[in-house]
Design a protein around this ligand. Structure first.
Ligand SMILES: *Cc1c(COP(=O)(O)O)cnc(C)c1O
Length: 404
């Protein structure tokens, strides 16, 4: 999955270009920067590679989500429908603009169940925000149809699915806005960074302004810029953008390696009787970052996790117990542990939605393991990993470790 595994001379060269001019900021200093504009160059590169009319770089994936929501006019009183399985940043961004995250059940695609989304729509719903988790896509046709029917915005959290597609379209470019994260463990990294992709010029312009204190970037220098809106500082630096530029050029190699290694592991796991796999709405569009599979019971999933650890097989994630990715362990959210005071109505609405039971998601996540795919494995290593995993799974499924 992570681009940091193949960091090297290309990244160092791009960073050195910036260090030689000493202009570490993405705006202004036109003379001394000597024609070096890494953030601008990365934005055009992303536009081209992802076939997205407008791209705004920001300082993180979380900032990208917040910026996209602000630019789409999401705020107080609005409800945003999102899955119970995601990374905490998805709801942090919703809360940061004063809106209410409405968590819904996922299905075996590990993304929002369209029936649960439909049932959660109220007159306050402003947007549906699917999260393309673990390198694969949400059920975009069904979610898009719901957005059209109810006149809702569609925001894709594509932070974990850079380079994935759905029916030929790049993930992140299907909705009104999509977001990428380039944090240290994502498919390509800037160390820290993120991007908003949008087909809408007005939304992009607002992202450009919001992420830089509202500057319109039309003045002859920064002091002469006007401020049509209030904003924030979510700027990316030239050093971070430089790393991302080198990584973007390697993205297609990363994806090819990832898919090759995923395929080799998968071939072995497919031979295991009784194991089932994540439902992929468009298998062609998977990025190869993970293989997610289900054991018949939660007990067997726990035994498999323990078995992998005992066999020295790292990178197998049991999200059900993970503090970052699944509602079950988001105690800080469920208890409303805000550092600052919230409007009582806002707080009440948030706590109401996040404290609902999620029996369907529990039944899926309790049996699910996601196995991450490394870019560094040789073909032989990938095959061997698959065989070792299969051996552990076969033992678990044969009931060898089942208590009497
Ligand atoms: C990583 C991630 C984010 C946030 O990205 P940061 O760059 O770490 O802020 C948002 N959503 C999902 C699903 C992620 O995995």
């Amino acid at each position: 999955m992570p681009g940091y595994e193949l960091f090297g001379a290309e990244e160092r060269k791009e960073v050195t270009d910036v260090l030689e001019t000493g202009i570490l900021m993405r705006y202004g200093f036109d003379g001394p920067r000597n024609g070096i504009w890494k953030a601008k160059e990365l934005e055009s590169g992303l536009q081209e590679r992802f076939n997205s009319p407008y791209v705004q770089l920001v300082s993180s994936g979380t900032a990208a989500l917040t910026t996209a929501m602000a630019a789409l006019g999401i705020g107080a009183g609005d409800e945003i429908i999102m899955p119970s399985f995601t990374f905490v940043a998805s709801f942090e961004a919703v809360l940061s603009v004063g809106a209410v995250p409405v968590l819904v059940e996922i299905d075996e695609s590990l993304t929002p169940d369209p029936a649960a989304v439909a049932a959660a729509i109220t007159p306050k719903t402003k947007a549906i925000m699917p999260v393309h988790m673990c390198g694969s896509m949400a059920r975009m046709d069904e979610l898009k149809a719901l957005c059209t029917e109810h006149n809702l915005l569609l925001i894709e959290d594509a932070c974990q699915a850079i380079g994935g597609t759905y029916k030929g379209k790049m993930l992140g470019t299907i909705g009104d806005a999509g977001t990428f994260s380039f944090d240290f463990v994502k498919t390509i990294t800037c160390a820290e960074g993120g991007a908003v992709l949008t087909p809408n010029e007005d939304v992009w312009k607002k992202c450009d302004e919001y992420s830089d204190h509202g500057h319109d970037h039309l003045g002859k220098d920064r002091g002469a810029d006007l401020h049509p809106y209030l904003g924030y500082n979510f700027r990316i630096s030239e050093l971070h953008a430089a790393v991302g530029l080198a990584q973007l050029r390697k993205l297609d190699d990363f994806l090819a390696l990832q898919k090759r290694n995923q395929g080799l592991v998968w071939n072995e796991l497919k031979k295991v009787n009784g194991l089932t796999f994540r439902d992929l709405p468009d298998p062609e569009g998977d990025t190869g970052a993970f293989i997610s599979f289900f054991l018949p019971t939660e007990l067997q999933a726990r035994e498999a996790v323990a078995g992998f650890a005992a066999a020295g097989l790292g990178g197998n994630f049991y999200w059900y117990d993970n503090n970052w990715h699944y509602i079950r362990k988001w105690e800080h959210l469920k208890n409303g542990a805000w550092m600052h005071r919230l409007h009582e109505d806002h707080k009440k609405a948030v706590l109401h939605y996040v404290n609902q039971p999620f029996p369907q998601s529990d039944a899926i996540m309790g049996r699910c393991i996601s196995s991450s795919v490394s870019l560094l494995w040789t073909e032989a290593e990938a095959r061997e990993r698959g065989q070792k995993m299969a051996a552990v799974l076969e033992q678990v499924l044969a009931g060898v470790n089942e208590p009497a």
